[in-house]
Design a protein around this ligand. Structure first.
Ligand code: KG4
Ligand code: ZN
Length: 374
């Protein structure tokens, strides 16, 4: 069966350009965005509105799912209205609606997905249920002309994976974390150091004044030849050292050591993946995405690793590293172009691996009641 995009707006019928509204509610950001995808694959962000719930969760030291879901219900309408107004468009100019359908906190995912279904139903538009990780995977395409295929390190609060990205819905997982995600390690260690939530940016700020060379933090999985990650040993060691820190200077030194250790592991595993990837592809592009890609030390370590291995290096603009809806709109537009639309009865999924076959055949986390994890 040949699948084609549903050209429903006047603009798309005339030029082949697709305009998609994206919605993101999988964690603690309520976000809406309008993105245009030209026939030659170029993306233009017409608007990107992000309402962060950080203040709602700060007192608890982490995201409280029930509070997050309730806040999404209150915010989604206003955030979407703003995104449409800032794009200067009415609903008649849209060709489709994309909403994150997982993985994430399912109460929040259901809010954005149901809202997206309502818009699709009311305006007779196609719906694209988007995997949040697929959004991160295409996010670098929001800031630069990036062609497929590329090697991707996706490092966020919930995930740490190396992926060969050949196109939308066509990705192979080369490695994943066997315990914590990189952002989770930043957050948990920052919490142990009393830095509050979210920990990654706070730890990066503190590290600027530090010199971590006096700390000898453990290096994980050194004997293994694969591209997997592990951060739990580092987390335990750093949390113990945090108890012994007496001065602000001590804590700044530890923050620097932790940041360097996380960046180093990301770099080492990425280099392994680059070597395997280079055997299969002539075009060598390495992309980092996800919240941890906002960290300057992580970026520079990865850039050095890429250059050393003959890869071009790219990271998304800062605003599209952490959660946003522009990446969901773009993934949705690319899906729409390929005819990959969803039925209105599509379900929210708390777990939804990008490379589902790999996650089931070779699980690093047991597939629990909610399905395979990474
Ligand atoms: O991609 P993201 O916004 O949400 C998820 O999908 O998880 O990533 C959030 C994660 C958090 O763990 C946060 O601490 C981390 O990204 N993060 C950072 C920085 N900014 C965000 N980690 C280190 N340095 C940063 N500057
Ligand atoms: Zn994310």
């Amino acid at each position: 069966m040949t699948m084609v995009a549903n050209y429903s707006s006047a603009e798309s019928r005339a030029t082949g350009t697709l305009t998609v509204l994206g919605l993101e509610t999988s964690c603690d950001e309520t976000a809406a965005s309008v993105v245009r995808l030209s026939p030659n694959g170029e993306a233009t962000v017409l608007s990107s509105v992000v309402h962060s719930q950080i203040d709602d969760h700060a007192a608890y030291g982490g995201v409280v799912p029930e509070i997050a879901a309730r806040s999404h219900v209150e915010m989604i309408d206003g955030v979407t209205r703003r995104a449409m107004a800032e794009a200067g468009l009415g609903y008649g100019a849209l060709d489709g609606v994309a909403a994150t359908a997982g993985p994430g906190l399912v109460g929040g995912v259901m809010v954005g997905l149901s809202f997206g279904k309502a818009v699709a139903l009311a305006r007779d538009l196609p719906l694209m249920a988007v995997n949040h990780l697929e959004g991160h995977a295409v996010s670098a395409r929001l800031g630069a002309r990036v062609c497929y295929p590329f090697l991707l390190l996706l490092a966020s609060g919930g995930h740490c994976q190396l992926l060969e990205v050949r196109g939308i819905g066509d990705m192979t997982r080369l490695g994943t974390t066997i315990d914590d995600a990189a952002g989770e390690a930043f957050d948990k260690i920052a919490k142990a150091m009393g830095l509050g939530y979210p920990g990654g940016p706070a730890l990066e700020r503190l590290a600027q004044a530090g010199d971590g060379s006096r700390f000898d933090l453990p290096r994980a999985l050194l004997g293994r030849k694969d591209c997997d990650f592990s951060f739990s040993g580092l987390k335990t060691a750093a949390s113990r050292l945090a108890q012994a820190c007496e001065t602000h200077a001590d804590r700044a030194d530890l923050a620097d050591a932790v940041q360097t250790a996380i960046a180093r592991q990301l770099g080492e595993r990425s280099e392994r993946a680059m070597k395997a990837y280079a055997e299969r592809h002539d075009a060598r592009l390495f992309v980092v995405a996800g919240g941890v890609a906002a960290n300057a030390t992580v970026r520079s370590t990865l850039e050095t690793a890429a250059t050393k291995n003959g890869f071009a290096f790219l990271a998304p603009p800062m605003a599209y590293c952490t959660d946003n809806a522009a990446m969901i709109a773009l993934a949705g537009a690319e899906r729409l172009r390929k005819g990959l639309t969803s039925d209105l009865d599509v379900a929210a999924r708390p777990r939804w691996p990008l490379d589902e076959r790999r996650a089931l055949d070779d699980p690093t986390h047991k597939a629990g009641r909610k399905g395979a994890k990474a």
